[in-house]
Every structure is written in structure tokens, then in C-alpha cells.
Ligand binder design. Structure first.
Ligand code: NDP
Length: 276
């Protein structure tokens, strides 16, 4: 049986094993997919010892995964971050399916037209790096990148190489940035503390807010978005299923049907929220 894993820290909460098990049942492919806790220091050794044929990588390891690949896809190169590892003998090829996952969720599941949209991206870590190139490719008008560590926002903007559309800004600049059509929280702020305060003027009645996290991690930003009057406030569950399907395609050559798997996870997540 072929073996796969998701590496990250914390990783116990990850829905990826469940999603890949559902895809495997649906497509009749025999595989095992487990979650392995690993941080910056022990990731390479744990990956080598795991004996996996392929892996997903979640926070905080996407830039680490990029560094250990012998080759990477064009989209992973632009992102400088890898979320999918494909074994090639003793070496790894890296790809990044996060961006396509987000764009598919927003455009196909939620029916949004991203063309000419003014977009705010909060965060410049692995997830932000993954989604930024795909948003630009989807035809957005402009991308403002705001990160706690300003140098990381600058580095991401430089890597994207599109100065006419990409604008790195400091957190203190937020009050002067005006209203956005799409606001994306790609920080992990609520995991280790609180999301810094955001001005209400960033959003309006036509704005859509997306937190790339889901469950507890998405509650604070989505509550802010509703209070700020956004038309829609979406979590990262749809992106999670779509990026997983793209990884599955890379490993097995088959793209599973994501709708039933998303519906199952959505029902479970909604039941947890209404039980609170
Ligand atoms: P990283 O560790 O690579 O990056 C974390 C980011 O969050 C950095 O920009 C960091 O800023 C910022 N941050 C952390 N704490 C705070 C804080 N207290 N205040 C402000 N900013 C903060 O993580 P990832 O980019 O891999 O993941 C980010 C989020 O996206 C996670 O919630 C993850 O679960 C989610 N995600 C969801 C996916 C999906 O499919 N739905 C896929 C990938 C990620 P700094 O640079 O200053 O440290």
C-alpha cells in the first residue's frame, strides 16, 4: 500500500488524512495517509524516516519544504513555498496547490469573479506565498500585502515581480488603504494569540472576506468581517478540499470529485459551531 503524510506543527487538528481517505474510497485507490508532527528542526529527518511516497506540508514548513526539493514546479518557484512533495527516487519534487485550491473554491464553489478586484492579503508566510501568484493569474486588479514582519511582505512582493499590481504595506498603513473587494486572512495569528485590530473601513457591503483557516482559527476574522458589513465571510474549508484534490491528482493521476467531501466536512463544521 502506498503511504502519504501531512507534516506540520501543530498537525493533530489536520483534516487532510480524512480528506485523502475519502478521495481514496471514491477512486478505489489503496493508500495510507497519516499526520506527522514536525517543526523547522526535525522536518527533514522525519520526512526521510517516514518512508512516504508523497507528502503535504502545512504550517510552518512550506518554505522549509521548498528548500529541500531538487526540483519544483513553476508555480512553487513563484511562491517560494511548497505544499506538495512528490517522491522521485531518493529526491523530492515540489509543487504548490494552495493557490489553485483557493481560486477554484472562490470562483467555482462560491461563484466569485476575481477579475479587476482590489485585494488585501494579510500575512506573508507559506499560505500567503502560495495563494498570491494564483490571485494575480486570476486577473485581480491589485494586491496589497500586509504582514506583521514588514520585511517578509517586501520579500513576497519582490518575488512576485509585478510592481504595478503588488503593493507591500506595513500594518500601521491599514487605516489609509481604503476599501477592498476581497480581504484574505492568511495569518496564523489566532492560533498563538489574537489577530491585531483591523479598521472597519477596509470592508464594505460588496466585500468578500476569506479566512484561510477554519474552525476555531477562523472565528475572530470572520466575526470582524461580519461586523464590518462584508457581503460574504468564508472560511478555508473549501480551499482545503480543493488543494487536497490537486495534490491527489499529482500523486495518483486522478482528480476526485470534491463536492461530496466538502459537503461532509461543511456539515460537520457547521454542527460543531451550532453546538457551541
Ligand atoms: P506560516 O507559519 O508560514 O505563516 C504565518 C503567518 O501568520 C505569517 O505571515 C506571520 O507573520 C503571521 N502571524 C502569525 N502570528 C501573528 C500575529 N499574532 N499577528 C499577526 N500576524 C501573525 O503559516 P502558513 O502561511 O502556512 O498558514 C497560515 C494560515 O493559513 C494557517 O491558519 C493555516 O491553517 C492556513 N492555511 C489554510 C489552508 C487551506 O487549505 N485552507 C492551506 C494553507 C494554510 P510573521 O511573518 O510576522 O511571523
Amino acid at each position: 500500500m502506498r503511504r502519504y503524510a501531512v507534516f506540520g506543527s501543530p498537525v493533530a487538528h489536520s483534516q487532510s488524512p480524512r480528506i485523502h481517505a475519502a478521495f481514496a474510497r471514491q477512486t478505489g485507490i489503496a493508500l495510507e495517509y497519516v499526520a506527522i508532527e514536525a517543526g523547522h528542526g526535525d522536518f527533514p529527518a522525519k520526512l526521510a524516516a517516514s518512508g512516504v511516497d508523497g507528502a503535504n506540508v502545512t504550517l510552518p514548513l512550506k518554505e522549509d519544504a521548498f528548500a529541500l526539493c531538487r526540483s519544483v514546479s513553476a508555480r512553487a518557484q513563484r511562491a517560494g513555498a511548497v505544499n506538495t512533495l512528490i517522491r522521485e527516487g531518493e529526491h523530492w519534487r515540489g509543487d504548490n496547490t494552495d493557490g489553485l485550491g483557493l481560486v477554484r473554491d472562490l470562483t467555482e464553489r462560491h461563484g466569485l469573479d476575481l477579475r479587476e478586484r482590489r485585494v488585501l492579503l494579510l500575512g506573508a508566510g507559506g499560505a500567503a506565498r502560495g495563494v498570491a501568484p494564483a490571485l494575480l493569474d486570476a486577473g485581480i486588479h491589485s494586491l496589497y500585502i500586509v504582514n506583521r514582519t514588514a520585511a517578509r511582505a517586501d520579500a513576497l512582493a519582490d518575488a512576485l515581480g509585478d510592481p504595478a499590481r503588488v503593493h507591500p504595506r506595513a500594518w500601521d498603513d491599514l487605516p489609509g488603504l481604503g476599501e477592498f473587494d476581497l480581504l484574505i486572512n492568511a495569518t496564523s495569528a489566532t492560533r498563538g494569540g489574537a489577530l491585531p485590530a483591523l479598521p472597519m473601513a477596509l470592508a464594505g457591503p460588496r466585500s468578500v472576506a476569506v479566512d484561510l483557516g477554519y474552525g476555531e482559527a477562523a472565528v475572530a476574522f470572520l466575526a470582524w468581517a461580519r461586523a464590518a458589513g462584508c457581503a460574504q465571510a468564508l472560511d478555508g474549508l473549501g480551499m482545503l478540499v480543493e488543494q487536497a484534490a490537486e495534490s491527489f491528482l499529482l500523486w495518483h493521476g486522478v482528480r476526485p470529485d470534491t463536492d461530496p467531501v466538502y459537503a461532509q466536512l461543511r456539515a460537520q463544521a457547521d454542527a460543531l459551531v451550532s453546538a457551541d
